[in-house]
Ligand binder design. Sequence first.
Ligand SMILES: NC(=O)c1ccc[n+]([C@@H]2O[C@H](COP(=O)([O-])OP(=O)(O)OC[C@H]3O[C@@H](n4cnc5c(N)ncnc54)[C@H](O)[C@@H]3O)[C@@H](O)[C@H]2O)c1
Length: 251
Amino acid sequence: MTRLQDKVAVITGGESGIGLATARRFVAEGARVYVLGLDEGRLKDTERELGAACGYSVADVTDESAVQEGLQAAVDRFGTLDVLFSNAGISGAVSGVLDYPSDVFTRVLAVHVTGAFHVVKHGLPRMRDGGSVIIMSSVVGVMGFAGICGYVAAKHGQVGLMRAVATEVAPRRIRVNTLHPGPTSTAFQDELEMAATGLPQAQAAAVFDELLPLKRHATPEEIAAAALFLASDESAFMTRSTLVVDGGIAG
Ligand SMILES: NC(=O)c1ccc[n+]([C@@H]2O[C@H](COP(=O)([O-])OP(=O)(O)OC[C@H]3O[C@@H](n4cnc5c(N)ncnc54)[C@H](O)[C@@H]3O)[C@@H](O)[C@H]2O)c1
């Protein structure tokens, strides 16, 4: 349990779901974790649970100065940065493109793409050489899916950001990769599936299970394990890549 010994990680949206599972796993593997998010109550709970190895700031990733201040607070607290996990996300609307609200489209791109841009722009200068940047995309960052055009466009956009930045920072041995989970059991995904199917949660989840060759959702802990792999030196030769962890749905 020392795969991240002496490393410092920042996780955006680390107060719930996959981000929280990852914060727990990173700390169990020896890291200190600084969480940036929106929900102050949950951020406090996360810090209380993880103890001295965890700090937090409230920061909306679309707010550049809030991200900059949050990243600096992480450095002030733990001394440096080794891992950036840009994980914060929202699903946006569930609607065909003709009815998709334009303001929601703009907001979804802002959270995922501009938010990740803010994290890398202000995180990279504070990072030690040899670190790892992980941008949380989705299986719909490598395939299409009807009814969620804002989310699909945002998740594809993050791949372009990753590819550009990975090339720029390779001389510093900083690796940049995107992570692409399939349906994963969190409140976020429950709401998306209920909106997409119009069914109660368990039935909506069963509809999505049928789409996957493995016939089930991932657990947040399974996705955290993939984030750990990308964060750790075990993936030292991986950069500019798209790691798909999706139960086979995109294949
Ligand atoms: N659950 C899935 O099936 C699934 C699949 C693929 C990708 N993802 C992605 O994984 C990430 C985490 O999702 P999750 O399922 O754990 O859901 P979640 O809702 O538990 O996590 C999202 C987190 O992001 C935070 N957040 C939202 N907007 C923010 C903003 N503007 N600034 C800062 N923080 C903000 C929320 O407070 C929350 O803690 C998201 O990027 C999501 O798109 C999820």
